[in-house]
Design a protein around this ligand. Structure first.
Ligand code: DGL
Length: 270
């Protein structure tokens, strides 16, 4: 038994999609979330900058006596996982492997599309992992840099005409490749699921790593007998490096929670 919280971080708000799955699968676990919205996006920054930022995020979470770290950001997972592991002695769960595995399980025609930030796509992390799991699969990758600022603009932008037009522009080439599975390789993209799905059509299965990442968390807790007590009353703490006013409506829209306590922190101190 271990009632310490699980630490989760993302470059901003998209990681809440991972937190939501973790909370649903493990309702007794306390969670500490940090969203680095003040310095987002990570996906257009250099490897050095992403590593520096993620190590600061991790140091902040470690102040909360956490029992595990979840890197709920594809860009951070792709670029800085090894560095994080070198710096912590708690288990670390990332989102690329779970997302790749879900994609491999889902495809029938062995043609998978992967979309993500420029940093994630350029790292080829998904492609390598999918090929490691099944080298006969063809992978078609596409960076979609405008999706993140669109999501960060707020829920009213997630399903409007602008979102649809951007999705059409980015995804037409993948549609032409006749993929049957599209991996949403960025924690923000599940929030654009409706427009992405309407562009790709019914025949394409959209997969996100959030659910599989939550399963990976549970597996580690089970294996190491680190689950929280059945009687534990979970506490959820949210931190952001940007304004609390911006964070709250997102949190409510993604998690369907009414009252959310959020604190702004200065991440540069860590
Ligand atoms: N959270 C990032 C990811 O999953 C997307 C946002 C960003 O670029 O910072 O790749």
């Amino acid at each position: 038994m271990d009632n310490r919280p699980i630490g989760i971080f993302d470059s901003g708000l998209g990681g809440l999609t991972v937190l939501k799955e973790i909370r649903a699968l493990m309702p007794k676990e306390s969670l500490v979330y940090f969203g680095d919205s003040g310095r987002a996006p990570y996906g257009t920054k250099s490897r050095e900058t992403v590593i520096k930022y993620t190590l600061q995020d991790v140091r902040f979470l470690l102040k909360h006596d956490i029992k595990m770290i979840v890197v709920a950001c594809n860009t951070a997972s792709a670029l800085s996982l090894e560095k994080i592991k070198e710096n912590v002695d708690v288990p670390v769960v990332e989102v690329i492997k779970p997302g790749a595995l879900t994609g491999v399980k889902s495809t029938r025609n062995k043609k998978i599309g992967v979309i993500g930030t420029p940093a994630t796509i350029n790292s080829r992390a998904y492609e390598k992992e999918i090929k490691r799991l099944d080298e006969s699969i063809q992978v078609f990758s596409k960076a979609c840099p405008l999706f993140v600022p669109l999501v960060e603009e707020g829920p009213e932008w997630w399903e409007n005409e602008v979102a649809y037009k951007i999705a059409l522009e980015y995804l037409s080439s993948l549609r032409n490749e006749k993929i049957d599975t599209l991996v949403l390789g960025c924690t923000h993209y599940p929030l654009l699921q409706k427009v992405i799905s309407s562009v790709m059509g019914d025949g394409v299965n959209l997969v996100s790593s959030a659910y599989e990442a939550a399963k990976a968390v549970k597996k580690i807790l089970d294996k190491n007998e680190m689950n929280s007590d059945e009687k534990n009353k979970p506490i959820y703490k949210y931190y952001t490096s940007d304004s609390v006013e911006k964070f709250k409506p997102f949190c409510s829209a993604i998690l369907n929670d009414e009252i959310i306590s959020v604190e702004k922190i200065d991440i540069e101190k860590y």
